[in-house]
Design a protein around this ligand. Structure first.
Ligand SMILES: Nc1ncnc2c1ncn2[C@@H]1O[C@H](COP(=O)(O)OP(=O)(O)OP(=O)(O)O)[C@@H](O)[C@H]1O
Ligand code: SF4
Ligand SMILES: [Mg+2]
Length: 314
């Protein structure tokens, strides 16, 4: 076991690449390098926010944690001894409950789907009723179908499904960004309440910095498949040190702004990930680039804040 006591999992230099172009024999001619050396521990009971612009690798990280993609390199160590135990303990809530809930199934079957997948043979309706109650869905609705519910209720159903196997970790991939603002706050409050009551650990992926600020204990900022800054949410969001985090947060309107107005609008596109840069990945866009930036940068620093930039570690 190589995971420290207070952690549930540890990633070490994890890389994921996807074959993209193929030649006439179907052999890959290139790769999309989605994750490029992720080092991360997830601590028991925390909410770890993951932020970064579209295409930086957030969902790939989520899929990796769900076991849906395999690392091309590096190590993923869990406290769970078996794949079965991990499947039970790690569940996901997707962005869009419209497409993540099977429209042909009554919601009690949707909610207990993960249990069928695990081969459980309990009293499914009883379990469905119990977790539905935890998310504020009444038992008499269990025979209804997804289209009979509002967007917010559907996301509650998706959360109930994630809770059915009595997990420890929920991966929340943009859990509120498909919802109306008024409903977003309700779902975030529900998630906070469930975390308190059930002692859950959350990995909260969002490109909405306000959502992360509201929920997260720690934050990882991603750029081109790497973590460029990692630390206490307050510190990273109030006193960002990496030039990319600084740009990202400058693009977010400050206090008093409705949740959905605070999307990050980054200054330019992410560079391509077919061929990775030799030096700092942020070099092309960095307003502070200087001598030394052409060398590869490592994520280093203290417990409360780590930064991937040599200016922070002269
Ligand atoms: N199955 C795949 N095949 C090929 N390339 C992929 C695949 N999945 C992801 N990628 C590529 O990996 C990179 C990271 O994608 P990912 O979906 O993880 O980003 P993201 O941060 O979740 O973006 P968004 O905020 O838009 O959801 C992108 O360049 C994407 O095109
Ligand atoms: S290493 Fe250089 S280019 Fe990279 S973030 Fe730091 S200052 Fe900018
Ligand atoms: Mg995504």
């Amino acid at each position: 076991m190589t995971v420290s006591q207070d952690s549930l999992l540890a990633l070490r230099d994890v890389r994921v690449k996807f074959p993209v172009k193929t030649d006439w024999l179907g052999r890959p001619r290139g790769y999309a390098h989605a994750l490029n050396g992720i080092d991360l521990q997830v601590r028991r009971g925390e909410t770890l926010g993951i932020v970064g612009e579209s295409g930086c690798g957030k969902s790939t990280l989520a899929q990796l944690l769900m076991g849906l993609v395999k690392p091309s390199d590096g190590e993923v160590d869990w406290v769970y001894e078996s794949a079965r135990e991990r499947h039970r303990h790690v569940q996901i809530v997707f962005q869009d409950p419209q497409s993540s809930l099977d429209p042909r199934l009554p919601i009690w079957k949707i909610i207990t789907e993960p249990l069928f997948a695990l081969g459980d043979k309990g009293e499914m309706r009883t379990i469905a009723a119990k977790v539905a109650a935890q998310v504020g869905i009444r038992a008499e609705y269990l025979d209804r179908y997804p289209h009979q519910f509002s967007g917010g209720q559907r996301q509650r159903i998706a959360i109930a499904r994630a809770l059915a196997s009595n997990p420890s970790i929920l991966v929340l991939d943009e859990p509120t960004s498909a919802l109306d603002i008024s409903v977003q706050a309700q779902i975030l409050n529900l998630l906070a309440e469930l975390q308190n009551r059930l002692g859950l650990t959350y990995i909260l992926i969002s490109h909405n910095v306000s959502v992360v600020r509201h929920m997260a204990d720690r934050v990882a900022v991603m750029y081109l498949g790497q973590i460029v800054e990692l630390g206490c949410a307050e510190q990273v969001l109030e006193q960002p040190k990496h030039p990319y985090t600084q740009l990202l947060l400058e693009a977010v309107p400050k206090l008093g702004v409705a949740l959905d107005d605070a999307y990050v609008s980054a200054p330019t596109e992410l560079p391509g990930n077919r061929v990775l840069p030799d030096g700092c990945f942020f070099l092309d866009r960095c307003p502070r680039r200087t001598k030394g930036c052409e060398r590869p940068q490592r994520l280093t620093g203290g417990m409360s804040q780590q930064v991937r930039c040599h200016l922070e570690h002269p």
